[in-house]
Design a protein around this ligand. Sequence first.
Ligand code: SF4
Ligand code: SF4
Length: 109
Amino acid sequence: MAIDEEITRTGECRQCGECCRRLGWLLVHADDDTLEWLRARDTEIKVVPDEDVREYYWVSIPYPCTHLVDMGNGVFHCDMHDTKPEICKRYPEPTDDLKPGCGYRFTKG
Ligand code: SF4
Ligand code: SF4
């Protein structure tokens, strides 16, 4: 998906925790703060050239985030919600693969 296409996000978070349980996403133009946070968590980071966006980062964390808290009844919370990284606050973005059951959707236009 080209990043200059008009993409609209609809829906809402269902607090399923799936995006924090299996972390792997496409990250475009990462800032130093984000990369530092990721590397501190033994993150595998690959810089990949792409015809649309010169370079992007494929980020993979091979374990559930330790800040994910099971509240019961299928609801999960982040124990650092107010101070979590921007990358968490912005998820999902159009370049992300939506996790199965995610309450958000992307549409063109
Ligand atoms: S996968 Fe989607 S619905 Fe589930 S916690 Fe993440 S953003 Fe919310
Ligand atoms: S810091 Fe919070 S929002 Fe970010 S991956 Fe961990 S549990 Fe999810």
